[in-house]
Design a protein around this ligand. Structure first.
Ligand SMILES: [Zn+2]
Length: 282
């Protein structure tokens, strides 16, 4: 079932055990726009079935928030104009050349072009895929793009992100809702989980310039302003004390500056920023 956020905004919750991210639906007077296409044809079909139950204008546009497979592999199921930023377009090109039969998938996993989890989901949720080819995006933008769905404006912006360098967010001004995709998360490089520290403050600034009150995240579904502010505060407090690859130094500095132990979230973030220094130093 879709969750109704307002008369014109809905979302399908993330489902972690199937690697399914949050999917969004924004409806204007004339057209609807969806945010991310699902991680497979089955995920996309499930979403479409739910959209059909609502009496909403036709889905004319699809925005892919970034080029991670779980956000775009369902795109062929929709008869919509696919919109991405130029960096996402470049990254998706590799996937357009892929073939999806079992032996090809295994080959991509062996060469680290695809995760084992991705292969598992494709095998479970993309039947009849031996001749499957991923479609190309239709509209490619650089920094921002505004779409009017009929008395419903959506602002797309490519922003700086601790998660990926091709993150697009979708802001709906008259509802004060923003779809963040995965932009506010960390990422894994060479088996190390890290947040790109140099991009943390620029990212928060990019997001906070919009006057959002509701935040949809790729793998959390929904947060209000208060929850997001706590998240930003914990991230920035952790980031401030990490200046090198030493976890011990960072933890000591945290206690000296804040006169208390870091909580579990802050400790997790401190480790992730330390990992970022380790990756930068490699
Ligand atoms: Zn992602």
């Amino acid at each position: 079932m879709l969750n109704k956020l307002s008369d014109t905004i809905y979302y399908l919750s993330n489902q972690d055990d199937r690697e399914r991210p949050t999917l969004g639906l924004v409806c204007g007077d004339q057209y609807s726009l969806i945010i991310d296409s699902g991680n497979s044809t089955q995920h996309a079909k499930d979403f479409l079935l739910e959209i059909e139950k609502l009496n909403v204008p036709p889905v004319k546009y699809m925005v892919i928030t970034h080029a991670h497979w779980d956000h775009f592999l369902g795109m062929n199921e929709f008869d919509a104009t696919v919109i991405v930023n130029s960096q996402t377009s470049e990254k998706i090109q590799e996937w357009q050349n892929y073939t999806f039969d079992d032996s090809s998938l295994q080959k991509y996993v062996n060469t680290n072009q695809m995760s084992a989890m991705c292969m598992k989901i494709i095998q479970a949720d993309m039947p009849n895929r031996n001749s499957f080819k991923l479609n190309s995006p239709d509209v490619i933008f650089e920094n921002t793009l505004t779409i009017d769905l009929g008395k419903k404006v959506c602002i797309l912006e490519r922003i700086k992100s601790t998660h990926s360098d091709d993150s697009t967010i979708v802001y709906i001004p008259d509802e004060k809702v923003v779809f963040l995709g995965d932009c506010a998360y960390g990422t894994t490089t060479n088996s190390l989980f890290h947040y790109k520290q140099s991009l943390l403050l620029p990212m928060i600034e990019d997001i906070q310039k919009y006057n959002a009150e509701m935040f949809l995240l790729g793998h959390e579904s929904i947060c209000d302003s208060e929850e997001m502010n706590i998240y930003w505060k914990e991230l920035t407090t952790a980031s401030q004390v990490v200046k090198c690859t030493s976890l011990e130094n960072a933890t000591k500095r945290f206690m000296a500056v804040n006169k208390r132990d870091p909580n579990d979230n802050e400790l997790f973030f401190i480790k992730a920023f330390v990992n970022d220094h380790i990756i930068q130093s490699q």
